[in-house]
Design a protein around this ligand. Structure first.
Ligand SMILES: Cc1cc2nc3c(=O)[nH]c(=O)nc-3n(C[C@H](O)[C@H](O)[C@H](O)COP(=O)(O)OP(=O)(O)OC[C@H]3O[C@@H](n4cnc5c(N)ncnc54)[C@H](O)[C@@H]3O)c2cc1C
Length: 364
């Protein structure tokens, strides 16, 4: 058992793609740092996703600084490809990732930060929180009203069709995850999909080129939340490579509006229709949990107040959140842009005493 207290100039919390991205830049600038990862294996979030998952970003846009994603540039990597790539990435650059190191709290002490784990503590001048945009599975409260005879799981627990009990399935949630799980299950059973709010469908490929080629070429992927178009896009989710009509016609999935109530064996939709399904899969998203961070950088709704990840607390940063700065902020191939920005901030404040900056309030 390690009971020592250690000191680092910088502690990064979270060893996913965001933590590794900032790690790459910190290593390059010679910072004294460590990366603390809660789970026992690298790329934990990706390992927890379903077996057949393929990226919607092709290999050419899923690479990271210094080490391109292997394979054909126009191919769509699998979940396991991403796990291997991120594992190799940390190894290739000898990034100091400490596994099995869940951070329980961050608080301030005498001008620096105390980063507390179960059995040890780090003191650091600067801390980067890179614990992911998708942390706590969200399920609507009416799920509790369903009879125990109805099998229920969150999309984060879904791995493969064979694990789902026989019978009909209702997938709740009309985002990319809900569409992809519904399509996969439709090959072997009766599937219903409840779409709460329609997301804008975008084709994966247009005139032989991937969607992200266009987003990159037009600069849309890097439009910031401060720009008019970035601000408009921030509020809109997109459905990449799926369409309700295709799901219905080609895969026979029955579509329903928002699920609003559960009672006994039945889920009721906003149009008043009801359905008794044998299994309900909640593809209803995630919430962010920063309740373990005891530093006053949150608004009344618990959201981080920051400017491109830089908070009002000198030396405390956030990286990898959805729309931290742009659409690319939480994507594997673009998180490097914010990481490089934060690494620069860290180097600057290591060089000089941190003067309070004039923060424009932005919440994420
Ligand atoms: C189904 C799905 C498909 C996606 N497809 C794509 C795609 O095709 N292309 C793309 O670019 N993006 C995709 N994304 C989005 C994005 O790339 C991922 O969500 C990515 O995993 C986010 O990386 P991250 O490092 O910010 O967070 P995570 O990968 O979640 O990593 C955060 C890490 O922090 C650790 N952690 C959490 N709390 C603590 C703590 N207290 N102490 C220590 N460690 C902690 C976790 O164990 C985890 O390893 C997809 C997301 C989902 C959900």
């Amino acid at each position: 058992m390690d009971t020592r207290n250690s000191r680092r100039d910088v502690v990064v919390v979270g060893g996913g793609q965001a933590g590794l991205a900032i790690g790459y830049f910190l290593a390059r600038q010679g910072s004294d740092f460590t990366i603390l990862e809660a789970e026992g294996e690298p790329a934990a979030a990706w390992r927890g996703r379903w077996d057949s998952l393929r990226l919607f970003t092709p290999a050419r846009y899923s690479g990271r600084p210094g080490l391109p994603f292997p394979g054909e540039a126009d191919s769509y990597p699998t979940r396991d490809d991403v796990v291997s790539y991120l594992t190799d990435y940390a190894r290739h650059f000898e990034l100091p990732v400490e596994l099995d190191s869940r951070v329980r709290s961050i608080r301030t002490t005498d001008g620096s930060y105390l980063v507390e784990l179960d059995e040890r503590t780090y003191e650091a001048d600067q801390v980067v929180v890179a614990t992911g945009p998708f942390q706590v599975p969200f399920v609507p409260s009416f799920a509790e009203q369903l009879d125990p005879a109805v099998a229920q799981l969150h999309s984060s627990e879904y791995r493969r069709p064979q694990d789902i009990p026989d019978g009909s399935v209702l997938v709740v949630g009309g985002g990319n995850t809900g569409f992809q799980i519904a399509e996969e299950l439709s090959a072997s059973r009766e599937v219903h999909l409840s779409i709460g709010s329609r997301q804008t469908p975008l084709p994966q490929r247009i005139a032989g080129r991937d969607l992200f080629w266009y987003l990159e070429a037009t600069g849309l992927i890097r439009k910031t939340t401060a720009s008019r178009i970035g601000n408009r896009l921030e509020g809109r989710d997109t459905l990449i490579g799926s369409r309700p009509r295709t799901l219905r016609r080609r895969h026979g999935v029955r579509l329903h509006p928002r699920a609003v109530e559960g009672a006994g064996r039945t889920v009721t939709f906003s149009d008043g229709e009801a359905l008794a399904a044998d299994t309900v899969i909640w593809a209803t998203g995630f919430r962010v949990d920063h309740s373990w961070i005891d530093v006053p950088v949150f608004d009344a709704g618990g959201r981080v107040v920051h400017r491109r990840g830089v908070t009002e607390a000198p030396g405390l940063y956030f990286l990898g959140l959805s729309w931290l700065h742009t659409r690319g902020s939480a994507l594997i191939g673009w998180v490097k842009d914010d990481a490089e920005h934060l690494a620069h901030q860290i180097a600057t404040s290591q060089r000089s005493a941190h003067a309070p900056s004039q923060l424009r309030e932005h919440v994420a």
